[in-house]
Design a protein around this ligand. Structure first.
Ligand code: SF4
Length: 63
């Protein structure tokens, strides 16, 4: 699984507070994936929850 965050992130902090294994923040507080490569399989549930709970739906993924 690869994780993406679009430029419409509103910097609500949720994803990288709850799932720092998957997400980091940039200098403006906007989220970005911690890696541009595939995430570890053990973090996939975290990524899926972040995708479902992002208030503006800007996190996506592919395989
Ligand atoms: S949960 Fe969504 S809006 Fe909030 S910081 Fe993460 S990507 Fe941005």
């Amino acid at each position: 699984m690869k994780v993406y965050v679009s430029e419409e992130c509103i910097a609500c902090h949720r994803c990288y507070i709850y799932y720092p294994e998957v997400f980091a923040k940039d200098e403006g507080g906007y989220a970005k994936p911690r890696t541009t490569d595939h995430i570890d399989n053990k973090f996939e549930d975290m990524a899926e929850d972040a995708i479902e709970t992002c208030p503006v739906g800007v996190i996506s993924f592919d395989w």
